[in-house]
Design a binder for this molecule. Structure first.
Ligand code: PAF
Length: 285
């Protein structure tokens, strides 16, 4: 496994890989956990070579979010990736990614609105900008992202389509199922912020979401199902709810009734020091 930090060695490494097969990209910000390794394992099934990018992207951090405190542990991350058969780690410096005077911003409207976009202004512009650059740098055949960040995935899919970053009719942006603990709680590095009691209470999130989905699919009014979901979360130990919404799965247009297109229930709620997010599919009418 090779690790490169600047563009020239990246380009020659990518050229060499492409001579012997297809390339899958797994973009990350490092501090890797089982969720990332699941993406890497899926990537290995989809292409001959896997490239993992590790870059803590300053553009996607807001002024009140502590960019400096974000964990940087490249050596540990590489030790996790090597046994997974990763061919190349692209770990650019900030200067390599954003040279002096960098002034371009990619804003994907619509899908970035509301949900996590409401509490993190500019966040999805930062994600879209860096992912667009990563696609141009690595020229992957496929790229894999976790479905846990559904809005991020929707933003990236929209951007890739709008900017012709992937071949037409090829589903090159692959969303990988959220990895869950045995009780159904989505795996997240944020779960580590929870006390044992809060972790036990966190199970209310997937169970209340499943109940809301069953209600909506069974014909209950969406507002009523979402209201019950919020009540269940508060009764179950959550302190507050940032959002609980039914949206079109692709365009993320808010829905107040069950539609005949794929839908997604998306929730962000706070418990203890953690803000947990989750999303699940809702079967169309
Ligand atoms: O999901 C992440 O880790 C980041 O948002 C991503 C996609 C690597 C872009 O920096």
């Amino acid at each position: 496994m090779q690790t490169v930090h600047s563009l020239d060695p990246l380009r020659s490494a990518i050229q060499t890989l492409r001579q012997t097969g297809t390339v899958a990209l797994v973009p990350t910000m490092g501090a890797l956990h089982e969720g990332h390794l699941t993406l890497v394992r899926e990537a290995r099934k989809r292409a001959d070579h896997v490239v993992v990018s590790i870059f803590v992207n300053p553009l996607q951090f807001g002024v009140n979010e502590d960019l400096d405190a974000y964990p940087r542990q490249l050596e540990r991350d590489c030790n996790l990736l090597e046994p997974e058969g990763v061919a190349l780690v692209w770990a650019p410096t900030v200067d390599a990614m954003y040279p002096q005077g960098f002034a371009t911003n990619i804003a994907v409207t619509g899908v970035s609105d509301g949900l996590c976009g409401a509490s993190r202004p500019g966040h999805f512009d930062g994600v879209a900008t860096v992912v667009c650059k990563l696609f141009h740098q690595v020229l992957p055949d496929v790229a894999l992202f976790g479905e846990k960040d559904w809005q991020q995935l929707a933003v990236i899919r929209r951007m890739a389509r709008d900017l012709d970053l992937t071949r037409p009719h090829v589903d090159a942006i692959i969303g990988v199922d959220t990895v869950r603990e045995e009780d159904g709680v989505a795996r997240s590095s944020r779960n580590a912020y929870l006390t044992a009691e809060q972790r036990a209470a966190a199970v209310t999130l997937p169970t209340a979401m499943k109940a809301a989905i069953a209600a909506i699919e069974g014909g209950a009014p969406v507002a009523e199902a979402l209201g019950d979901l919020e009540k269940a979360l508060l009764a179950g130990g959550f302190a507050s709810i940032d959002y609980a919404e039914l949206r079109d799965a692709e365009s993320l247009v808010p829905l107040d009734a069950r539609s005949d297109r794929p839908m997604r229930l998306l929730v962000a709620a706070r418990i203890g020091k953690a803000r947990l997010i989750d999303n699940m599919a809702v079967v169309p009418r």
